[in-house]
Design a protein around this ligand. Structure first.
Ligand SMILES: [Cu+2]
Length: 291
């Protein structure tokens, strides 16, 4: 029994060391898959687009270090004040009210920190808002509480609704709360322009690995884009509190090779033919664009 205990303890120690060494090798995220979070993951999801990589870099290597240093600095100041200037250690307090040097320092240093953050921030915004020539357009409509995807004429002219998969229908490889019945499919390495609206209330379309986050607003056509560099499944969630099933309207995009995409389009044209599945997106779009 003692041997068993020792084995268990040493097993746990090894596991702990394993986690530590993985963290040391691949800082700061422990994720090893694209498109979804891992159990016990620290940090951001792995990125599959240049913009996603940039966001992760900004978070991990710019904002986190800055906020860590600032937090430690403030903590150190507090501890210093508590120890050095308490009633016992410092019975007659100083009457100083002004210090030009200090006041200049605590104005200028934060401004410089903000400038350091602002430069890559604006660069990122510019990357997100500069649309390259798109290879295809998908229309995305947020509804209470699911998403609809419409592929325009040049992609086969079909549309479908995408609902969360109930737990009883989950297959191996599926994720609870993330997998859906009908995934949106896009080809790898292609610029996809997303046109996003909502049919009822405000939703928010987010796929972290693509670096995509944009509100879906009734009566307003928002646009964003991504170019996925790796094949695979990518998940996101509605990120605007939109009602009782807000937590149950996941987003699932499957990125596949060109051939697989073409084959899927052929199937989808039959499966989601307009007559069989009329989408109200056309009406929403008409009201937005006047077309
Ligand atoms: Cu929503």
């Amino acid at each position: 029994m003692i041997l068993d205990m020792i084995r268990t303890i040493s097993g746990r120690a090894k596991l702990g060391a394993g986690i530590l060494s993985t963290a040391a090798l691949a800082p700061p995220a422990l994720a090893n898959e694209f498109g979804h979070a891992e159990p016990n993951q620290m940090g951001m999801m792995k990125a599959s687009t240049a913009i996603g990589e940039y966001i992760n870099w900004m978070h991990d290597w710019l904002l986190m270090p800055i906020i860590t240093v600032i937090s430690l600095f403030v903590l150190a100041l507090l501890v210093y004040v508590c120890v050095k200037f308490n009633d016992k250690a410092n019975p007659t307090p100083s009457r100083t009210t002004h210090s030009t040097v200090l006041e200049l320092a605590w104005s200028i240093i934060p401004v410089l920190i903000l400038v350091v953050i602002a430069i890559p921030s604006f660069r990122l915004l510019n990357m997100q808002l500069t649309f390259p020539k798109e290879d295809m357009i998908i229309k995305v409509t947020g509804k209470q509480w699911y998403w609809s995807y419409d592929y325009p004429k040049d992609q086969g002219d079909f549309g479908f609704d995408s609902f969360i998969k109930p737990e009883k229908d989950l297959k191996p490889g599926d994720f609870r709360m993330l997998s859906v019945d009908n995934e949106a499919v896009v080809p790898v390495g292609k610029v996809v322009r997303l046109q996003i609206v909502a049919a009822d209330v405000i939703h928010s379309f987010v796929i972290q690995s693509f670096g995509v986050r944009i509100d879906a607003v009734p009566g307003r056509l928002n646009e964003t884009w991504f170019k996925a560099e790796k094949e695979g499944m990518y998940y996101g969630q509605c990120s605007k509190i939109c009602g009782k099933d807000h937590a149950f309207m996941p987003i699932a995009f499957r990125v596949v090779s060109d051939e697989k995409y073409k084959a899927w389009v052929e199937d989808a044209k039959k499966k989601f033919a307009r007559a069989a599945s009329p989408s109200d997106f056309a009406d929403v779009n008409a009201s937005v664009t006047g077309r």
